[in-house]
Design a protein around this ligand. Structure first.
Ligand code: SIN
Length: 288
């Protein structure tokens, strides 16, 4: 396929308030020219979550589009698809009784030293009910804090770890119910990384909260109780309704979000129905 495709004029339709936007007027089954890629990146940075309806992408298309957005992110503790080492299959069968994957507010892989900048999720089979993804705007969550709280948080670092979900004593290892996805629990999950509680987005320069319920396990220099109280407050504050957009899926929709300034939550409510998605991530840098 030629890389010299003609420039496409994308059409961006933001949600009221600007958090989240639909993008049309582009065919992602073909390589994109540099100007179209730049327009999509600009819309993504401005709206934090963007989605492209009616894109019947193959895995090769998904991989090519992902690489137009950045290098591969690392996929820890989950077995990727055979022959596609950077693609995860998020499958849940109609009779599956395990929890739906991602059912807790989080920013993908925030326990890594350099967590992914973006996540791309392609829907192939969507249930007739449930299965939405909720997104929470972490710029808005930060802006909504008092000046006194902002001053208190400014010097703080949080401890991030994958232990709660992915260690051998963790949630997925001990759930006791069969799961279609292959999770690989490991002692490696107990490693910790320090990240600022308030990070500055490396591309937009805006400040946002960077604490989440799944991977943030403490605050540097605080007792366990103090850290738990602060994390409890911040995670509740950062996922309150006024910061949240509920995303509805259709088959063949590609959605891409910015993990640096967004948390997400995979909602359930579709027992008895199949849901099938493919996920990739793009590399990020160390939060600052
Ligand atoms: C995830 O946490 O990446 C899964 C999101 C979803 O399946 O809706």
């Amino acid at each position: 396929m030629s890389q010299a495709a003609a420039k496409t004029s994308i059409h961006v339709t933001p949600n009221a308030g600007g958090f989240g936007a639909a993008i049309s007027g582009v065919d992602l089954t073909h390589p994109l020219d540099a100007a179209t890629v730049a327009d999509i990146r600009a819309a993504w940075l401005a709206h934090q979550v963007v989605w492209f309806p009616d894109q019947p992408l193959s895995l090769d298309d998904l991989e090519r589009f992902t690489l137009s957005m950045g290098d591969w992110g690392r996929t820890d503790f989950i077995k990727p698809l055979d022959g596609h080492p950077n693609v995860l299959e998020l499958r849940r069968e109609p009779d599956e009784r395990s929890s739906n994957f991602g059912a807790g507010w989080h920013s993908d892989y925030s326990f890594q030293q350099e967590p992914p900048s973006g996540t791309l999720l392609l829907s192939k089979i969507t249930p007739p009910v449930g299965g939405d993804t909720l997104f929470a705007d972490q710029y808005a969550a930060y802006d909504d804090l008092s000046e006194a709280m902002k001053r208190m948080l400014a010097p703080l670092n949080a401890v991030h770890s994958a232990a709660l979900p992915y260690s051998k004593e963790g949630f997925y290892a001990n759930e006791g119910k069969a799961r279609s996805m292959t999770i690989v629990p490991s002692d490696e999950a107990k490693k910790t990384e320090l990240h600022p509680v308030v990070r500055t987005h490396p591309e937009t320069g805006r400040k946002c909260l960077y604490v989440n319920r799944v991977y943030t396990i403490g605050i540097e220099g605080m007792t366990r109780d103090e850290g738990e109280a602060l994390i409890g407050f911040l995670t509740k504050h950062s996922t309150q309704d006024k910061c949240v957009y509920r995303h509805k899926w259709q088959p063949d929709m590609l959605t891409m979000w910015d993990n640096r300034c967004v948390q997400h939550f995979a909602d359930g409510g579709y027992d008895g129905h199949r849901r099938l998605m493919y996920r990739t991530t793009t590399a990020g840098d160390r939060p600052r």
